[in-house]
Design a protein around this ligand. Structure first.
Ligand code: AGP
Length: 369
């Protein structure tokens, strides 16, 4: 096992650090930026199913569901296809309206999650086209799907999902870009800008990982918290949910993720000097609005830990701590803003003496409902 950890103390940390490579492996052979091409057999062979679809329904659980939420923003924003994201466990039992004009995308690291598998079977019965996004090759969901794309993240051993999440987002971004191009809803220049920016992401993730020593210091300040709030807007709202889930599952600290603007509809009542609030406040995407949310937290004495774009000044002046990530296109920011939140949960859990790779009560793949 020590050899498998490759010198890291835990699988989770190893898998966090593997992300630049994992993301590259995900787009290797698919993203041909110099030729302006994205090659994905599962999409190429079924292109019309997607371009003629009434809507895309995404089903998943846990972290994979969060990747689905990011995909909802990407598909609607770039490819202009309506998307619904569903918890597989709810979808399968709520007698959903499904037609043969629907495409269902099932996202699952393990490819064995019982609820996601059942949702696929239901959608197939109703005539929908089912596309699987899995990491484990040959898994049940991969086999049950009509077509699919693997994430190629390599084995993920830590129960807390890290590289599976960022590689799922990478695959879903490639699909959205392909569909945007096929539907002609994207200008050539915008399309090319996306392809070349995607190629810079592994190096930018590498850069984000360089904040690890600072993140360790911040983790030490907040390791004894009993509650934490995570806020983000737009593309970074699902990242806030994912940050909160990561902290809960491995450190056993109660955490909630919220869209930043929803704070004033309830959670703001929780804010006092004992409440750490992790805010994703990158430059692109509702920056000024998030700044005013930060001011609201500050005036109630909440502690602000902000994830900002390199060189940020406004949030840096307001926040108690800032962690910088490189600049990128708005829809690609989740691939970077997720990294510091993964490291924060990791360090807090280690400092609290928790079993990071095998948290209590959790299994790597949930094969029973
Ligand atoms: C993530 O950190 C969790 N351990 C969990 O939410 C997981 O993402 C969920 O069980 C779904 O698993 P899957 O991707 O293998 O279907």
């Amino acid at each position: 096992e020590e050899i498998e950890k490759g010198g890291y103390e835990h699988f989770m940390l190893k898998e966090i650090y593997e992300q630049p490579r994992a993301i590259k492996d995900t787009y290797r052979g698919r993203l041909l930026a110099d030729q302006g091409l994205i090659r994905m057999a599962g999409i190429d062979q079924n292109l019309e199913k997607f371009t003629n679809a009434n809507r895309i329904i995404i089903v998943a659980c846990g972290t994979s569901w969060h990747a689905g939420l990011v995909a909802e923003y990407i598909f609607e924003d770039l490819a202009r296809i309506p998307v619904e994201v569903e918890y597989a466990s709810e979808f399968r039992y709520r007698n959903p309206v499904i037609t043969d004009k629907d495409v269902l995308i099932a996202i699952s690291q393990s490819g064995e999650t019982a609820d996601t598998l059942a949702a696929i079977k239901l959608a197939k019965e109703k005539g929908a086209f089912v596309f699987g996004v899995c990491n484990v090759v040959g898994s049940s969901i991969a086999r049950e799907s009509d077509a699919g794309a693997y994430t190629h993240a390599g084995p993920e051993i830590g129960v807390a999902s890290t590289k599976a999440f960022t590689t799922q987002i990478t695959v879903l971004t490639l699909i959205a870009l392909k569909l945007a191009k096929a539907k002609g809803v994207f200008s050539e220049s915008k399309y090319h800008e996306y392809l070349s920016e995607l190629e810079t992401i592994p190096a930018k993730v590498e850069k984000a990982l360089e904040s690890n020593p600072l993140i360790e210091i911040i983790s030490d300040v907040y390791k004894d918290s009993t509650n934490c709030l995570y806020l983000g807007r737009g593309y970074n709202f699902p990242v806030a949910l994912e940050g909160a889930l990561k902290l809960k599952e491995i450190s056993y600290i109660h955490a909630e993720g919220y869209p930043a603007a929803e704070m004033k509809h309830g959670p703001i009542a929780l804010i006092d000097e004992h409440m750490p609030v992790f805010v994703i406040a990158t430059k692109k995407g509702h920056y000024e609005k998030v700044v005013s949310n930060i001011q609201e937290i500050k005036s109630r004495k909440g502690k602000i830990i902000a994830i900002v774009t390199e060189g940020d000044e406004q949030v840096t002046d307001l926040a108690d701590h800032v962690i910088e990530v490189p600049e990128t296109l708005e829809s690609l920011t989740p691939l970077l803003t997720t990294i510091p939140l993964q490291l924060l949960s990791y360090h807090i859990a280690v400092m609290r003496g928790c079993n990071v790779d095998q948290p209590r009560n959790l299994a790597k793949s949930v094969t029973v409902e």
